[in-house]
Design a protein around this ligand. Structure first.
Ligand code: SF4
Length: 150
């Protein structure tokens, strides 16, 4: 089973209450090949909610509130679900402090990116679950690799 960021599957769960749907990700979910998860919703955070970035190991909102405990808790619940369904692959929303893979915002809320992973992505990689961003996924021969032709 593939784990996908719920916002990529069309769920309006981002901080700004919008989705970021990728048609092929939606198709994976509709065909029963993927499960959409949003760790931030699993942490009981509201939608819409303040923008959050990682800063020196903490998760801080754009008004300075420390939400580290909430972000950690949501990522752990999402990891537990991922392990329950024995997922080996995840397609996660790029740049997010939770789901980002390889690049995340630098904590200054100025749009700058630095190398790093979101906390959910980090936990998945520690379990040897392969993580793709939506761009990496779309660059693959995904129709065959992900069973969309079947
Ligand atoms: Fe999307 Fe992940 Fe952010 Fe939820 S936590 S809105 S799934 S990027």
């Amino acid at each position: 089973m593939i784990i996908v960021s719920a916002c990529l599957a069309g769920v309006e769960c981002r901080y700004n209450a919008q989705a970021f749907p990728i048609p092929e990700v939606v198709e994976l979910v509709k065909k029963g090949k993927a499960i959409p998860l949003c760790p931030e919703i699993l942490a009981n955070l509201s939608t819409p909610r303040p923008s959050v970035e990682q800063c020196a190991g903490k998760f801080l909102s754009n008004c300075g509130k420390d939400l580290t405990a909430e972000y950690m808790a949501g990522a752990k619940v999402a990891l537990a679900i991922s392990k329950l369904v024995e997922s080996k692959i995840a397609i996660l929303k790029s740049k997010s402090p939770t789901c980002g893979s390889g690049l995340i915002y630098d904590g200054t809320f100025s749009g700058n990116l630095i190398e790093g992973d979101g906390i959910f992505c980090t936990l998945l990689k520690e379990e040897n679950i392969k993580v793709y961003t939506e761009d990496e996924f779309q660059a693959l021969n995904f129709r065959e690799d992900f069973g969309l032709n079947r």
